[in-house]
Design a protein. Structure first.
Length: 70
């Protein structure tokens, strides 16, 4: 299903994450008495789509004047 506007997401390399999980599983099976090595985090990529816009610009309040908050 598609969404309008297209959503900005993170692209994760699932293949690399799966390989890392298998590596840790094999290590745990082959060497059950040792601690697991640290898992490496595969890099992620920001995929900017139509749901992302620049922040709105707003004027700074003038000095000496208060803005109504109620």
């Amino acid at each position: 299903m598609y969404v309008i506007p297209a959503l900005t997401t993170l692209r994760r390399p699932f293949g690399a994450a799966a390989r890392e999980g298998i590596r840790l599983l094999v290590h745990a099976i082959e060497e059950p008495e040792t601690d697991l090595p640290l898992a490496s985090e595969p890099p992620v990529e920001l995929v900017v789509r139509a749901s992302t816009a620049p922040p709105p610009t707003r004027k700074a309040p003038e000095r000496g004047r208060r803005t109504a908050s109620r």
